[in-house]
Design a binder for this molecule. Structure first.
Ligand SMILES: *Cc1c(COP(=O)(O)O)cnc(C)c1O
Length: 249
């Protein structure tokens, strides 16, 4: 017997899938154009879908459309969502990335769902993550150092003057695998200039740590500038999934 609610949900799912497919095609076109303009290959840039505030069903549809990498900024939201996605799409290859500010007391929880943490900004946090990985017997956790490009402590990120010390700590801590840097362009600043500074920081880091080659930069509004300045990973929320509303982070 057919259930009206189920039928409606199904039609809704098809509509949402079409909407997401259209948005994904537009984002893909932007990334391809930006790579071409910068003389870079498309496969040098990973697309991370930032799914914060959006339901697991959207993540499931995005896996159907071929996406594999998803980012969240809150542990409380991401853990249950990752579990739900695993139930909805048990066969899908899904990798989760933590991109938000992280309290040390969340380290044990985050390493249960995150394949990579992009927002490591202090030795204390790196230490808590390393201990959690070892205590749970997990393989080394991929981490990026979040660099502060505006030295505003309220927005997180490691001050540039402390970045070398943090990188050295991570490289020596069992349980962590240093992969590169991440940054958010400062509010009200020219993103191209900010990403140029990040590229310098990334280049310096790579000299000491050759495996740390990822540069995570660029969001819905500035992914072209980030790709022009060498980003290897763009984090796109709004342009893929729609607006999050004023109350959402
Ligand atoms: C929310 C968020 C994004 C995505 O931002 P959009 O402008 O919606 O694309 C990227 N990076 C971080 C760290 C975020 O918190």
């Amino acid at each position: 017997m057919s259930d009206h609610g189920e039928a409606a949900a199904c039609v809704g799912g098809e509509e949402r899938k079409a909407e997401l497919a259209e948005a994904l095609a537009a984002v893909e076109a932007r990334i391809e154009r930006a790579c071409a303009a910068a003389g870079r290959r498309r496969d040098e840039v990973r697309l991370l879908a930032v799914t914060k505030t959006f339901p697991a069903s959207d993540v499931a549809l995005l896996t159907d459309l071929g996406l594999t990498d998803f980012a969240e900024n809150r542990d409380q939201e991401a853990g249950p969502k990752a579990e739900e996605v695993a139930k909805l799409r048990p066969e899908a290859r899904v990798r989760w990335h933590m991109v938000g500010r992280l309290q040390r007391n969340k380290a044990r929880s985050v390493v249960r769902w995150a394949h990579e943490v992009q927002s490591v900004d202090s030795i204390r946090l790196a230490d808590a993550l390393a201990k959690a990985v070892r205590a749970q017997g997990r393989p080394p956790l991929a981490v990026l150092i979040q660099a502060s490009l505006d030295a505003d402590p309220a927005r997180g990120g490691c001050p540039l003057s402390e970045l070398d010390a943090l990188a050295g700590y991570i490289a020596g801590a069992g349980g962590l695998d240093l992969r590169g840097v991440m940054a958010v362009a400062p509010l009200g600043a020219d993103p191209a200039e900010a990403f140029a500074r990040l590229a310098e920081v990334a280049g310096r880091l790579r000299r000491d740590h050759p495996g740390a080659s990822e540069v995570s930069a660029g969001m819905s509004g500035d992914l072209e500038q980030a790709i022009a300045r060498g980003a290897t990973c763009v984090r796109v929320g709004t342009a893929l999934l729609g607006g999050r509303g004023l109350a959402s982070p």
